[in-house]
Ligand binder design. Structure first.
Ligand code: NDP
Length: 451
């Protein structure tokens, strides 16, 4: 029986759109359904608007630093309404580009919710059923909030780009990417910020030294970071909220942001109708080729809960198209993915942490901690920390960790070397670019410690 399409993609985010376009360009008849705005979490309510807010928040620090360079400026006044309106204009523009690119590639777009109706069938909210030889699920994830009294008062990152006004005092719950990024953003925008994290140190899974450095730097900037702290309930109090911790301590804030992780968006997706059972977190289990237990159904991106980052979803989407529509079985290496946390200061990291590497083999740890040139005249005491984790036997650089201005940009280049399997000696014979912060990556002479 002929199918309506060769490929039906459910979800118009980074992974879905990339796969749809590439498959259509390869000559496949492709349809894509998106119930919300085209572009998904990254473009509409994630990476892109977040980075714009990071940039906006950076001007307070730039102003402080400018004073040290002899610039005298009047007090900065941040106009949230103007920023928000320009931000949304930009998101509209980007969404337009996504739509235009899909149209150019010849993809049929359905602006509606779609669910799985069988191994080859998709049900649209309009009542129509469409058949396809292959179905790709790329519906992403959604913020998760734990259950506690008053949780309905708490916002998630989705809401942060639509605030009617900036709060005076905000509480951020969590110690992951989103919590650290928004605590830094709000702090930079002049909001008084409290951050509660339940564990002993923020950014679990990152290199311990980097975690400690960030926590200290955030506190120095005025973020009220409390570790080992859990919220018991949130109560309305006047125009704001009273937040009460399990140890009985309480505070008054105008906004509570929960950044306590995300969950795959699989509820009500009809997976059972195709015979697909979800995993413990609600994720769709897939093999190395992003194929589910049903041979015609594939899944990429956050819905599979592998490495939940946009560039990874894009890679998975492209690998799916190469495997299925070009006959070139292609997998994605999830073991070596560079990451950035756009907190203030910024973190860039790739490969093993010192702790992970030490547990696996003998290592040498090289570190450089220094005040970057820009901080000297600015009168800023903060140091940049760079760290290379090197395998003692093979000499390979197993991990690079950077915290400081421009860390995300630097790690992209270091990631090329690490991905190629560079050794410490490869780093050493690379001539430094002077005067830069990045030159420290190739001028670390003696290990700070071995283990
Ligand atoms: P993370 O998984 O990074 O962090 C979740 C945080 O919430 C952790 O500190 C966790 O604590 C805490 N937490 C979880 N459950 C509870 C609970 N019930 N009560 C209190 N605290 C809790 O998730 P995020 O929401 O920060 O981000 C989601 C994902 O989005 C990231 O993992 C990343 O993949 C992606 N992302 C990437 C960004 C980037 O690349 N710059 C930016 C933003 C998001 P614990 O450590 O104890 O488990």
């Amino acid at each position: 029986m002929p199918f309506d399409f060769d490929l039906f993609v459910i979800g118009g985010g980074s992974g879905g759109v990339r796969a749809a376009r590439l498959a259509a360009e390869a000559g496949a008849r492709v349809a894509l359904a998106e119930e919300d705005r085209m572009g998904g979490t990254c473009v509409i309510r994630g990476c892109v608007p977040k980075k714009m807010m990071v940039l906006a928040a950076g001007f307070t620090e730039a102003k402080q630093d400018a004073d040290g360079f002899g610039w005298h400026m009047p007090e900065l006044v941040f106009d949230w309404d103007q920023f928000r309106s320009r931000l949304h204009d930009e998101l509209d523009r980007l969404e337009g580009i996504y739509r235009a690119n899909l149209a150019k590639a010849g993809v049929t777009v359905h602006d509606t919710r779609a669910t799985l109706a069988g191994p080859h069938e998709v049900a649209l909210a309009s009542g129509e059923t469409v058949s396809a030889a292959h179905i790709l699920i790329a519906v992403g994830g959604r913020p998760f909030k734990p259950d506690l009294p008053g949780i309905e008062h708490a916002l998630t990152s989705d809401d942060m780009f639509h605030l009617a006004a900036l709060p005076k005092r905000a509480l951020v719950i969590g110690g992951g990417y989103i919590a650290c990024e928004f605590a830094s953003i709000l702090n930079g925008l002049g909001v008084e910020v409290l951050q509660y994290y339940r564990g002993a140190q923020i950014l679990r899974g990152f290199d311990d030294e980097i975690r400690g450095h960030l926590a200290e730097a955030m506190r120095d900037r005025g973020v009220g970071l409390h570790v080992g702290t859990e919220l018991e309930r949130i109560e309305r109090a006047g125009d704001g909220y009273r937040v009460i911790c399990t140890d009985g301590s309480r505070n008054a804030v105008d906004l509570v942001l929960y950044a306590t992780g995300r969950r795959p968006n699989t509820a009500g997706l009809g997976l059972e109708r195709a015979g697909i059972a979800t995993g413990r977190n609600g994720e769709i289990p897939v093999d190395r080729y992003s194929q589910t237990v049903v041979p015609s159904v594939f899944a990429v991106g956050d819905v599979t809960d592998r490495v939940n980052l946009t560039p990874v979803a894009i890679r998975e989407g492209a690998a799916f198209v190469a495997s299925v529509f070009h006959g070139e079985p292609t997998t994605v290496d999830h073991s070596l993915v560079a990451k950035a946390v756009f907190a203030r200061p910024e973190i860039g990291t790739i490969g093993l942490t010192e702790e992970e590497a030490r547990a696996a083999e003998p290592v040498e740890i090289y570190t450089a901690a220094f005040r970057p040139m820009q901080n000297i005249l600015a009168g800023r005491a903060e140091r940049v920390l760079m760290k290379l984790v090197v395998a003692r036997q093979t000499r390979r650089v197993l991990g690079v960790h950077i915290i400081g201005p421009g860390a995300a940009e630097m790690i992209q280049m270091a990631a090329v070397a690490v991905t190629m399997g560079a050794t410490k000696e490869d780093f050493d014979r690379t001539v430094a670019v002077h005067p830069t912060m990045a030159e420290e990556l190739v001028t670390m002479k003696r290990p700070a410690r071995t283990g």
